[in-house]
Design a protein around this ligand. Structure first.
Ligand code: AMP
Ligand code: MG
Length: 419
């Protein structure tokens, strides 16, 4: 008997009836609830602390600025000596420069030369800008009145000694490092970097540089994921490629679990014949195939392998990147001790139109141009070129949405995901 093909239904691309597709927020809430810091603590000099995660609250050891000083090049004087209108004051000998203080107390009725950053000499409470005086080096002439305290910085006006600076979990960027150094720290107690094993699966994959058969594709996910992990401040561990073979994949997962705090895989995550990643995790008994209501990248295989969380990403590079930004990144951030990081969203008028159906959240490759957000011409999840065309993602809500040019939409720059 010959087989009859199944009838094509016009809803064949609709979500299966009666199947529960986990909404993105529900999936994120579960990750947030179930994961926590796994990394140890070490001390590093601030010069090497970029992208590291504070392991303890930090307080200022020292005020900033430590003493009152002058904000400009000019002349220091006593405010009490200044009248309204044109006037002059004799200059004392000597000057105050940054790091080279004036030796002594300013005599009443006099002014003293001061340079930006110099500690205010005793007696000086106000500074007049050098551009606002005329001088013959013996006397300065200027117009009053002056505001008391003008052009000076009070001790501790920026940060007081002992003030709370950052809570544990804060990721250190250049600005955080600057403040910690300015307030007297030389080293910090930080979390060890989260080690994340990365492996690709698929018989069709070829190694970069290798001659590829026409039916092979280069393994783009592994270098992409490794690069993303570096940007997140984690330590990638390259585990290479696994064939579509359960036993070989299991051996690689064993190795990965020995060396890393988390495992990031791509490919083989759905429920097809060659989807060994999800099959293995299911066999291990600690797997849930998360059918997440998200486009692109619905099946996400989440499970534990020898006690190590595995994020089984879809193989399509676009889906792999989006799922890493939306799920695996924040989840690994929690494991790394950062707490839960919400992506930095901004509302921007759309530069495109789209009729979005209800049912799942959508992420479109997007970029800002002329105050509007434009999206990549194709939504196909195999279109790697759209990832680099884009500078971030547009996030469309789970429900239906009619978008016209000018409709406000949510844009998340790559940097808003920590990339
Ligand atoms: P899979 O999730 O394994 O069914 O793969 C889905 C699609 O993504 C297939 O077209 C794969 O060839 C492709 N793919 C899987 N892994 C990679 C990879 N590491 N680099 C580039 N493409 C991949
Ligand atoms: Mg595959």
């Amino acid at each position: 008997m010959s087989l009859t093909p199944p009838p094509l239904r016009d809803d064949c691309f609709a979500l299966p009836a009666g199947t529960h597709w986990t909404p993105v927020d529900e999936a994120l809430a579960l990750l947030r609830e179930r994961l926590g810091p796994v990394t140890g603590v070490e001390t590093v000099p601030l010069a090497k602390a970029l992208d590291r995660v504070l392991a303890e609250d930090m307080h200022a050891r020292r005020a900033n600025p430590p003493v009152a000083n002058t904000a400009v090049d000019g002349y220091g004087l006593r405010h009490a000596d200044v009248a309204d209108g044109p006037q002059s004051l004799p200059l004392v000998a000597g000057r105050a420069a940054a790091g080279v203080p004036y030796d002594g107390v300013l005599s009443p009725g006099h002014a003293v030369r001061v340079l930006t950053g110099a500690a205010l000499p005793e007696g000086v409470d106000t500074v007049i800008l050098q551009e606002d005086v005329t001088t013959d080096e013996a006397v300065i002439a200027f117009h009053g009145p002056l505001k008391k305290g003008a052009n000076t910085r009070r001790a501790g006006e920026d940060v007081a000694e002992g003030e709370m600076l950052f809570e544990a979990g804060r990721v250190l960027g250049p600005a955080e490092i600057a403040l910690l150094v300015a307030t007297g720290q030389a080293q910090v107690s930080v979390r060890k970097r989260l080690r994340v094993a990365v492996l690709s699966t698929g018989d069709e994959l070829a190694e970069p540089g290798e001659a590829a058969r026409a039916d092979q594709v280069y393994d783009a996910n592994r270098p992409m994921l490794i690069a993303m992990l570096r940007r997140f401040g984690f330590e990638p561990v390259d585990m290479g490629r696994a064939p579509d073979d359960r036993a070989a994949l299991a051996v690689m997962l064993d190795k990965a679990a020995e060396q890393a705090d988390a495992i990031l895989t791509s490919g083989g995550a759905s429920a097809g014949d060659e989807d060994h990643m999800s099959a293995l995790l299911r066999e291990a008994g600690a797997m849930s195939l998360w059918r997440i209501a998200i486009k692109p990248g619905r099946p996400l295989a989440l499970g534990m392998w020898q006690g190590v969380p595995v994020f089984g990403l879809p193989g399509n590079p676009v889906a792999a990147m989006v799922c890493t930004l939306v799920f695996a990144g924040p989840a690994m951030g929690l494991m790394a001790g950062q707490g839960w990081q919400e992506p930095g969203r901004i509302a921007v008028p759309a530069g495109f139109s789209k009729s979005k159906k209800a049912g799942r959240r959508e992420y479109l490759r997007a970029r800002l141009r002329d105050g509007r957000v434009e999206v990549f011409a194709s939504e196909g999840s195999g279109r790697i070129s759209g990832l680099s065309w884009a500078e971030g993602l547009v996030e469309l809500p789970d429900g239906a949405m009619e978008i016209e040019v000018g409709t406000p939409v949510t844009f998340i720059p790559y940097a808003g995901f920590g990339l």
